[in-house]
Design a protein around this ligand. Sequence first.
Ligand code: AMP
Length: 547
Amino acid sequence: MDFADFAARAAAIEGESADLETIGLVADLFGDAGEDLGAVARFVQGRIVPAHDDTKLDVGPTLCYEALARAAGRNVSAADVEAELAAVGEIGAVAESLDLGGQRGLEAFGDGTPDPLTVAEVQRTLRSIATASGGGSTDTKRNTLFGLFNRAEPLEARYLARLVLGEMRIGVGEGTVRDAVAEAFEASTEAVERALQVSNDCGVVARTAREDGEAGLSAIRLRVGRPVKAMLAQTGTAIEAIESWGDAAVETKFDGVRVQIHYDGETPRLFSRNLEDVTDSLPEVVDAVERSIDVPAILDGEVVAVDPDGTPLPFQEVLRRFRRKHDVAAAREDVAVELHAFDCLHVDGEDLLDTPLERRHERLRERLPDAAVDLTVSDDPDAIADLESEALSKGHEGIMLKNPESTYTPGKRGQNWLKRKPDVETLDLVVTGAEWGEGRRANLFGTFVVSVRTDDGYEPVGKVATGITDGELETLHERLEPHVRSETGTEVDIEPAVVFEVGYEEIQRSPTYGSGYALRFPRFVGIREDKSPADADSLERLRRLYS
Ligand code: AMP
């Protein structure tokens, strides 16, 4: 498929606001994508690799502006691109407005007209940018990007720039892709959804649906080494759990970071909740798995930092492990970590997603007796309250209540896992802006604009300026500065990258913020390094909490 065709379809999809029509347009696009179906299914969501693959393009805004400016000719600088972005607010519109290809002569052959860009070529080229590393790779990336922009027509440039910066924003999320695959290739939504959960790869699912129909979709299996999304929890009470399920399976809720363990029988690989490979940061977990398991397996659990007596340390401590990537040995001496495994998705060739929780837990215990969490099944609220007090007194975060009969549903925040924490008045929000501080904090950001996730972007719910120590302000500044998109006066526009946990007293309706809500007394609790903007709390959740 020509990239121009893809761009024209993307523009039509972006211009359509009705959900059903959007699904129809995406389904038509999938139907016409031919060999490029996999790439197209990813591109509409702004992805260049499957969701299970943590390869990053690693092109910051500045590099993209530089490549655009170069393709726009001698009279345009990266600063001009940035200024235009501040004025129009969106990189696609900026790229579309530039007169690109001023230096086409440098790239072109024959009659001076370059071949049209194709989807396959854009995909190949962006992947080559993603894998470029080592000395000189920044120049290579800039040159390669320039080569693409230099050949792009205005509409192509619009979607290319957005793809490069991971901001496709044509209103197509995973739900739309699921429905469009179902419509285009006449499969049931359930079958497509399940295949997406199991493979975490919309390209594979779209191709399978087209070529092998529902039978093919249901034959898709978990694969060791290909992480799936983590099953998620809602908040709830013991009474709710018992009323819904009769019995509740109770486990300690550990305050650490989620890991998914993939063991192929020889080497374990560990993935974070964002599906990044974190194997090298957690050697003791690797050792523990190698010591205990002798068959291929996929396990789910939490890694917690502990002091020398084994007492759990706050969540922030375990994060030090991930920050000190290059000095894991020193970090290991600094903070010890422990694995608490709570689920088992696959053992020795057998997928267990559809096996009830209690049975999965038995399989886990057989394979990893030392690290498997205790699970108590109870229908007595008092007994559950005792388990909660015990967990809290040992320094843990609280308890999890799980439906003993439930299957494992990757990526779902369903009703089958409930978290009971004493303090639930916090939200995980994305930082999308900041304001410079005043007085002795004048060279640091002092106030942070925090946003909830919406279907196609982020909308602010408040500004956070309290609860932050001077030391933390410096850390936050360093963390956010690389993500600055533009500045106007004292206000700074920041690309969504960092998630804050924000405490608050109340949610109010508000015309001031784009979300329509405002948090009363928002205060900074911490950075959620384990979450990406896609995991932040949604506008829908905010609405529910409000009502
Ligand atoms: P939250 O991050 O507040 O949404 O709480 C859900 C998280 O608690 C999960 O994603 C896990 O990282 C963590 N967790 C700790 N202990 C457990 C457990 N026993 N079962 C499931 N999740 C747990």
